[in-house]
Design a protein around this ligand. Structure first.
Ligand code: FES
Ligand SMILES: [Fe+2]
Length: 337
């Protein structure tokens, strides 16, 4: 599967920018190789349209915002939040016109702007603890990785890589796999396990816990297609909810957004310390994932990869995506294939 050749993927929410980056100027981004222009209307509501003017194709995101609408930098044609062209400055007399640019679903949650290119099949993943008293959010990364989001999300649920890729951080020198279970949900599954890990120096600081080894009692939710809300409980009562949202930019690049929600305070563990440990871990993953093939076979019959038992979460992701693709394939194209 190459993400840009998979129309189903247009039907999901993707995290595209920190809300704080969307100010009084438009912002350009890319989702599934589609250029997207973002701006705020007069209410401050985030809006998204295709980043290509229908007059002579200039990037609308290079323009300005006027009266809540986006103004093309080339000849000033102006579009509202529904994509409708509301002004052609060269026309002496303003007439309503029937043309416009494609508009996309746009929302804000968890301090980020989200876009869906088509009617989304599911809501943005819920995080029940977010914003509740006693819980805080720590923003970690919003950056571009040269890897497929399918590879990155599978890796987030791959227990077998830890003793190899993370041997310098929290991986134990023991490749055996602790038991886990997978329970399907309407938009993915929950992966649960309890694993022993090394409590490395960075991790001791991030957990405020001095033992040399510890356990992670994990309940990691996978949300189709590329999201993880991973709830890890440590023996000292700390709950570290790792929230990872992956946005396909094109076939080989992914926007990687991660924050955590925790039941401690800045005085317990400074945010910089929380980020430093997860930074080390994600850097270890990045080095490997950028070496993998972005073309991921969704079906075993495509036959280019061999699986082992610990790949079950990744295989389940591929199965669920395949099932949704079949469900949402129009009958005429299904008949043609
Ligand atoms: S290209 Fe946008 S107004 Fe001409
Ligand atoms: Fe990893």
């Amino acid at each position: 599967m190459r993400v840009c050749s998979t129309p189903l993927l247009r039907k999901f929410w993707y995290c595209v920018a920190p809300s704080a980056d969307l100010t009084d100027r438009p912002l350009g981004t890319r989702v599934l190789d589609q250029p997207v222009a973002l701006w705020r209307d007069t209410d401050g509501t985030a809006r998204a349209v295709i980043d290509r003017c229908l007059h002579r194709t200039a990037r609308l995101s290079l323009g300005t915002v006027h009266g809540g609408n986006i103004v093309c930098p080339y000849h000033g044609w102006t579009f509202n939040g529904h994509g409708q062209c509301v002004k052609v400055p060269q026309l002496v007399e303003h007439r309503p016109n029937p043309f416009g640019v494609e508009a996309y679903h746009c929302a804000e949650r968890y301090g980020y702007v989200w876009v869906a290119l088509e009617e989304p099949l599911f809501d943005i993943p819920a995080i029940a603890e977010f914003g509740q008293p006693g819980w805080r959010q720590v923003h970690e990364f919003h950056e571009v990785w040269n890897a497929s989001p399918q590879r990155i999300i599978e890796n987030a649920f791959d227990p077998a890589h830890i003793s190899f890729v993370h041997k310098d951080s929290f991986g134990r020198d023991d490749p055996s796999i602790d038991p886990f279970r997978i329970d399907d949900t309407p938009d993915g599954f929950v992966f649960t396990n309890v694993v022993k890990v090394v409590n490395a120096e960075h991790m001791k600081a991030a957990l405020a816990m001095n033992d040399d080894e510890t356990t992670r009692d994990s309940s990691n939710r996978f949300h189709l297609p590329f999201s993880r809300v991973g709830r890890i409980v440590y023996p000292n009562g700390l709950v570290h909810i790792l929230c990872t949202f992956l946005t396909p930019i094109d076939d080989t690049r992914t926007r990687f957004t991660q924050f955590v929600v925790r039941n401690d305070t800045e005085a317990d563990v400074p945010a910089d310390t929380v980020v430093a440990f997860d930074r080390q871990v994600t850097r270890e993953d990045l080095g490997i994932l950028e070496s993998t093939d972005p073309d991921v076979p969704l079906d075993r019959s495509e036959g280019t990869e061999v699986h082992m038992m610990s790949d079950r979460p990744g295989v389940a992701m591929r199965r669920q995506l395949r099932a949704l693709m079949q469900q949402h394939t129009p009958p005429e194209s299904a008949a043609a294939t």
